[in-house]
Each structure stands twice: as structure tokens, then as C-alpha cells.
Design a protein around this ligand. Structure first.
Ligand code: BGC
Length: 443
């Protein structure tokens, strides 16, 4: 049973791998596409962010489409979009085609960012749900690392190097598409479509025969006699606090600054006067740290809970950012300490906010409203990501690193206090138990 659930989760998490790859691959291509398309800084900023705008469209479509067609079919469509985006952006000779192809990839990232964790959460037994949903974050960070590596390996392939870098994504896209044939539809979605027999078969495979009947009953109860969910229901007094927590967590995950490092690390290293090849090597060290500490989080998240991880992680991120800020104020940025604080910051993020936010956002909402609630929370995540991605270069230039990183440190503190006070622990309970718990408590 455990083996089956892991296999199914790994397939779904391939969506996360493509999410990580597609968002990070652009960093290595920037120096080549800028002269090729003749872009100034502002145009470059918009070209890079085009993917993120696509993400928002993807999230918006994913909620509705996955309620109608099922989680699995929509993930298949996303795999196709990843493929077309890879081929389209790699072969584009005009900027507009390049931007459209990147946006198409963004739509797929948006879809995968919501459906992979949702599908895994809906399929896993409560006991391992945290680790299994974190598999998705592991896949994201592996995707990022693979992109950094593959860019590094392909940089010497001549004037079309950036095309090869982008084309690589077609491989995992094809893999995702075909491996999706191996996995079942989400039992919670099947019950919502009155296909209870099929749902039971899936539950027997994931949870074992006896618990499966009990789970099926529970799922039926949460969905019984209920019409199609509406977005407006998310604002009902019982659900509103959950929506609020989902949005705030998603926004905090981004405005505590992770993608200032993920997307702009080479720029930061250049800003403190380091050369290009050293910067590239350091990026790989960052990617590897990301993977290692995500693995650590996976082994801890169902034992200690989501909340403890986030509290320690946010505290650590705050201290690391304060250290980084101090280096700028004291003009000590030329040594190895910049890298030490950045790596420390990444380690704290990967062991906490990275996986835990996706896990909680996938667990928070009742069965009927999950896809709609998640899409609003994840949409907020991408909006916050766009905000940070667009403003960071300006902040670094106008406010200096000292003030910029101090601001991010203060945001980490706010995150820590908010989570400590308002976010409920969700470990170890079935999604239906959580649903009852939230209904009867005033969060
Ligand atoms: C975040 C991404 C980020 C990645 C880095 C994910 O959880 O949502 O924005 O790039 O972690 O590890």
C-alpha cells in the first residue's frame, strides 16, 4: 500500500519538477536572450515575468477544470502545455512568440502548482500526508537544481545555447504525460461525481480494505446532498478564516523573499563584486542545499507537525537575513560570509515554509471547496511572487542590500508571529476530521 501511494505521489510530483524547472531555467538564458531579442532592462523584466502571469491564468483555470474533468486529466493537459511551451520558446525567432510560449508554460506551471499537491493530499493516508505532499516541494527543488545544472552544461553549445536550455523541458513533459496513465483519479473527486465504486477501489489500494470503507463513508458524508460549490461560499463565516489563513500563508511564503535568491542569485553575487563562473557554482550550491533541507523537512513534518517547522524556519530565515543586511551595512560583502548567510537562509526556508505552506494549503479547505479555496490561495502566491520579482532589482539598486534584506527580515518576523498565533496544526488527521474540527472551532 505504502509503495503504491509513493509511486502515485511521485508521478503527480513530476508536475512539481516541471514547475521548478520552468521557473528557474530562465535565469541561465537571460544573458543570451537579451541581446538576441534586443531587450532593454524593463522589457527583460516583463519577458522574464511573462511566465508568472501565465501561472495566474493556469491557477484560475485549474480550479474549475479539475472539478469538471478530474485532477488527472487536467494534469495531462498541463503536461501537453509544458511540451508546447518548451518547443515553442526554444524555436521562437520573434519576441512575441517567445513571450506567448513562456506564458503557455506559465499556465502549465500554474495548473501543476495547484493540482499536484491537491491530488497527493486527496490520495494519501493521513499519517503520511505531510511527507507525501512535501514530495511535490522536493520535486520543485530538484527541478530547480536540474535547470541550474543543465544550463551550466549547455552554456557552451554555441549561439543557440539558450534554445537547448529551454528545449530540455520537453523530456520531463513527455515523461509526465505518459506516467499519468499509470495513476488513478482522486477518490475524493470520484465521490463528488457519484462514482463511489471506483473511489472505493482506489481507497482500498491506498489505505487497505477496512479503513477504505470507513474513509468512503466519511467522504460521502462531507459531500452528501450538496450542490456544486460556489466561490461565494468561501466567504461564509465558517470558511472565511480558512481562506484568510491560506492566502496569508501563501503570500508570506513569497514576500519573505525566497525568489530574490532563486531568480536573482547571480545578480546578488555580481552586486557584491563576484565573477560569473563563481556565481554559477554558488547557484548550484544553493540548489543542492534546497534539495537537502527539503528532504530533512519531509522526514520531520508528520512527526513534529507543520507549525513547529514553520516557526523554527521563519526564525532562522529572519536571523540569516539580518546577518546579510548587516554585512551590507558594514561593507563586509566581499568575503565568503554572503554565501554562508544565503545558504543558511535557503536551508531554513527549505526545511519549513517551502514544503509546509503547500501542505497546509492543500489540507485546509473542506472537500467540496478545496479546489476553489486552493486556487484563490495559490493565485495570491503567484501575485506576491510577481510583486517580489518585479520590485527586487529596484529595491537592491535604490535602497541598497542593507535595507532591502532588513525589510525581508522584518517580514519573516511578522510571518512567525502570525503563524504562532493563528495557524492551526493539521498533522495526523484525515481531511474529513480536519473539516469537522474547523467547522466546530472558531479559528
Ligand atoms: C515556492 C517557489 C520557490 C521554491 C524554491 C516553492 O515552495 O513556491 O516560489 O521558487 O519553493 O524552493
Amino acid at each position: 500500500m505504502k509503495g503504491y501511494v509513493i509511486l502515485v505521489s511521485v508521478v503527480a510530483a513530476l508536475g512539481g519538477l516541471l514547475f521548478g524547472f520552468d521557473t528557474a531555467v530562465i535565469s541561465g538564458t537571460i544573458n543570451f536572450i537579451q541581446p538576441y531579442f534586443g531587450l532593454n532592462e524593463v522589457e527583460l523584466g516583463w519577458t522574464v515575468s511573462s511566465l508568472l502571469f501565465g501561472c495566474m491564468i493556469g491557477v484560475f483555470l485549474a480550479g474549475k477544470a479539475s472539478d469538471l474533468l478530474g485532477r488527472k486529466k487536467v494534469l495531462m493537459l498541463a503536461a501537453l502545455l509544458f511540451f508546447f511551451s518548451a518547443v515553442g520558446s526554444a524555436s521562437a525567432h520573434q519576441l512575441i512568440l517567445f513571450v506567448v510560449a513562456r506564458m503557455v508554460g506559465g499556465i502549465a506551471v500554474g495548473v501543476a502548482s495547484i493540482l499536484s499537491p491537491m491530488y497527493i493530499a486527496e490520495l494519501s493516508p493521513a499519517k503520511y500526508r505531510g511527507s507525501l505532499v512535501s514530495l511535490n516541494q522536493l520535486a520543485i527543488v530538484i527541478g530547480i537544481l536540474v535547470a541550474f545544472f543543465s544550463n551550466y552544461l549547455l552554456v557552451g553549445t554555441g549561439e543557440n545555447n539558450w534554445r537547448w536550455m529551454l528545449l530540455v523541458m520537453a523530456v520531463p513533459a513527455v515523461l509526465l504525460f505518459f506516467s499519468l496513465f499509470l495513476i488513478p483519479e482522486s477518490p475524493r473527486w470520484l465521490v463528488a461525481r457519484q462514482r463511489n465504486d471506483e473511489a472505493l477501489k482506489v481507497l482500498i489500494k491506498t489505505s487497505g480494505a477496512e479503513p477504505a470503507y470507513y474513509e468512503l463513508l466519511e467522504i460521502e458524508q462531507t459531500l452528501k446532498n450538496q450542490e456544486e460549490a460556489r466561490y461565494s461560499e468561501l466567504f461564509l463565516p465558517k470558511i472565511r478564516p480558512l481562506l484568510f489563513i491560506g492566502i496569508i500563508l501563501a503570500v508570506f511564503q513569497q514576500i519573505t523573499g525566497i525568489n530574490t535568491i532563486m531568480y536573482y542569485a547571480p545578480k546578488i553575487f555580481a552586486n557584491v563584486g563576484q565573477s560569473n563562473d563563481i556565481a554559477l557554482l554558488q547557484t548550484i550550491a544553493i540548489g543542492a542545499t534546497n534539495v537537502f533541507f527539503t528532504l530533512l523537512a519531509m522526514s520531520l513534518i508528520d512527526r513534529f507537525g507543520r507549525k513547529v517547522l514553520i516557526l523554527f524556519g521563519s526564525g532562522g530565515m529572519m536571523l540569516m537575513l539580518m546577518g546579510l543586511s548587516a554585512l551590507y551595512f558594514l561593507k563586509l560583502t566581499s568575503g565568503v560570509l554572503v554565501l554562508v548567510f544565503i545558504i543558511g537562509y535557503i536551508a531554513c526556508f527549505s526545511a519549513s515554509l517551502g514544503p509546509a505552506v503547500w501542505v497546509i494549503v492543500a489540507e485546509l479547505f473542506p472537500n467540496r471547496l478545496r479546489s476553489k479555496g486552493m486556487s484563490i490561495a495559490v493565485m495570491s502566491l503567484w501575485m506576491a511572487c510577481i510583486l517580489v520579482t518585479i520590485t527586487f532589482p529596484m529595491m537592491l539598486e535604490r535602497l541598497s542590500g542593507g535595507i532591502t534584506f532588513l525589510i525581508f527580515a522584518l517580514i519573516c518576523l511578522a510571518n512567525l508571529l502570525y503563524i504562532w498565533k493563528y495557524v492551526p496544526e493539521t498533522k495526523g488527521k484525515t481531511l474529513e476530521e480536519l473539516e469537522k474540527q474547523f467547522e466546530n472551532s472558531s479559528i
